[in-house]
Ligand binder design. Structure first.
Ligand SMILES: Nc1ncnc2c1ncn2[C@@H]1O[C@H](COP(=O)(O)OP(=O)(O)OP(=O)(O)O)[C@@H](O)[C@H]1O
Length: 223
């Protein structure tokens, strides 16, 4: 299970944007988190992705509490989670060719031949052709770059995927292709998914269940 328990988080301890939120994703389950712009969904997603330390509450990964965040998190916990954000250009090093961008999670540990093999295996599953793999981010479209960011997230075979508005900037056919790639990965591996967004129709079609931000936060004592 991926369990967010009574999470309070934000950027100012006196005014947290996420207050006492509890949400779980079971293995193999897909959960959509719906909410309006600015409500705190991305902040919660970043807590779940080990990128933002909460002010209070507990994150359990398969029963183990997460005690360290970002680069301090143990590798086994970091690689259990794959994350894709809304804006690929903010999460892609502009100097890297797409092959190296996809291979980033293996940079420290992967052998060269293993890296090449894994990227070649993943690229078609996200719809990237070999010619695109040699290009740098400024030489590809947003959709192509987002495909590479999804491949990077899948590279270490995470048990949990967090997609934060993954398709918000994309045209309908690219969005559908990326959702299909996530679902193919999930059906092959049994990975769980937390998909964050504001598009009720998309999340309703994509996920086993959707929860609204209002519901999650209305259980707060005193509200
Ligand atoms: N790095 C930051 N420093 C300070 N405040 C921030 C930071 N990031 C986000 N915020 C604020 O926290 C609140 C919640 O932001 P968050 O990105 O979690 O919302 P969201 O629901 O994901 O919105 P959107 O759908 O527009 O991405 C907003 O008011 C935002 O301005």
């Amino acid at each position: 299970m991926l369990e967010l328990q009574a999470i309070t988080a934000g950027y100012d301890r006196k005014a947290p944007v996420v207050r006492n939120v509890t949400l779980s994703v079971a293995p193999g389950e897909s959960v959509g988190l719906l909410g309006p712009s600015g409500c705190g969904k991305s902040t919660l997603a970043r807590v779940a992705a080990l990128l933002h330390r909460p002010d209070a509450g507990t994150l359990l990964l398969d029963g183990d509490p997460v005690r360290r965040w970002r680069h301090r998190a143990p590798r086994a916990q970091r690689t259990a989670i794959g994350v894709v954000f809304q804006q690929p250009r903010l999460s892609a090093d502009p100097r890297l060719r797409l092959t190296d961008l996809i291979a980033e999670p293996l940079r420290a540990t992967g052998r060269r031949d293993e890296v090449r093999e894994r990227v070649a295996e993943l690229a078609p599953s996200v719809g990237l052709t070999p010619d695109l793999l040699d290009r740098r981010p400024h030489e590809v479209s947003d959709g192509q770059l987002q495909r590479a960011c999804l491949a990077r997230a899948l590279l270490v075979r995470p048990r949990w995927l967090i997609c934060d508005e993954m398709t918000a900037m994309l045209d309908a056919s690219t969005a559908a292709a990326l959702v299909a790639a996530v679902e193919e990965y999930r059906s092959a591996t049994g990975a769980g998914l937390l998909a964050v967004g504001h598009d009720q129709v998309l999340l309703g079609r994509w996920c086993d269940r959707t929860v609204s931000w209002e519901k999650l936060t209305s259980t707060e004592p005193g509200e």
